[in-house]
Ligand binder design. Structure first.
Ligand SMILES: Cc1cc2nc3c(=O)[nH]c(=O)nc-3n(C[C@H](O)[C@H](O)[C@H](O)COP(=O)(O)O)c2cc1C
Length: 247
């Protein structure tokens, strides 16, 4: 075993580009334009999603590309029903604020993509999934994130719609019972990207300070001697001024 660590083979500009993508990715609901997403771009996004990590290299995903207005409208109906139920779960001012939020762009986005998980893609035991069966679901979420980041880098917006009954989604898309719809995504060109999460902007919830979320060696334990990391987390986290919004 060599002691010499691998040095990044990314240029500083490439490293910055990756962080820029991460910090500027947004959930997009309201800023879609009608311009179609070209097949070239869409295929790159799906290709990026397909290169996500997956437990035992299971690749449990399928990607349903939805352009039909009729299908979109069925999903939109399912969203409307679930959203009304959701609205009732909040009270007073929160309910009013909830009602004012736009939480999907199903009909506005030129393309919708449903990413599903086939839990039986590999027959018999799956390497790495022998003890925690939900690892296939988590793998599929990794594909969603890859797509989201690739889309942002291409200037394409994406929004995740989860306010929908899973069975109604299955029905709308003719997905069999043994396949799990993981993410219903609205994808398209946008007029602009917001510089902070919409929920934060509208006063629903703010980003938590990262330093409060990091524990050392044991649950909820502070840094002890290892204060350097905590100090870094509380400061600029090593990023140039203005590179990311703090906290
Ligand atoms: C699993 C998951 C489900 C989500 N479902 C919805 C949704 O149904 N509607 C919505 O407007 N946003 C949804 N979002 C987006 C979040 O609200 C958003 O990621 C969060 O507010 C942070 O904003 P940002 O993604 O712009 O950084 C979802 C995000 C995730 C990861």
């Amino acid at each position: 075993m060599s002691d010499k660590p691998f040095e990044s083979d990314f240029t500083q500009a490439e490293i910055d580009a990756l962080y820029k993508t991460i910090f500027n990715r947004r959930d997009v609901r309201g800023q879609f334009t009608s311009e179609p997403v070209s097949d070239e771009v869409l295929s790159r996004l799906l290709y990026a999603a397909h290169h996500a990590p997956s437990v035992g290299f299971m690749q449990p995903w399928n990607f349903m590309v939805i352009r039909s207005d009729e299908v979109k409208s069925r999903v939109h109906d399912a969203f409307e029903a679930a959203n009304e139920e959701a609205r009732q779960m909040f009270e007073g001012e929160r309910r009013e604020l909830y009602s004012s939020l736009k939480l999907q762009g199903i009909l506005d986005a030129p393309v919708n993509i449903c990413i599903t998980c086939d839990r039986e893609r590999v027959k018999g035991p799956v390497l790495g999934r022998t003890h925690i069966k939900t690892m296939d679901l988590f793998s599929t979420v990794c594909a969603v994130q890859n797509l989201w980041l690739a889309a942002r880098a291409e200037g394409i917006g994406m929004g995740w719609v989860s306010i929908v009954e899973q069975d109604r989604l299955r029905q709308a898309l003719a997905i069999p019972d043994d396949i799990v719809p993981i993410a219903y995504l609205c994808v398209g060109h946008v007029s602009h990207f917001n510089d902070e999460p919409e929920l934060q902007k509208k006063g629903w919830r703010s980003r938590l300070p990262l330093a409060d979320l990091v524990y050392f060696d044991q649950w909820q334990q502070g840094p002890g001697e290892d204060e350097g990391l905590l100090e870094q987390l509380q400061k600029n986290q090593g990023f140039p001024e203005g590179f990311i919004k703090l906290p």
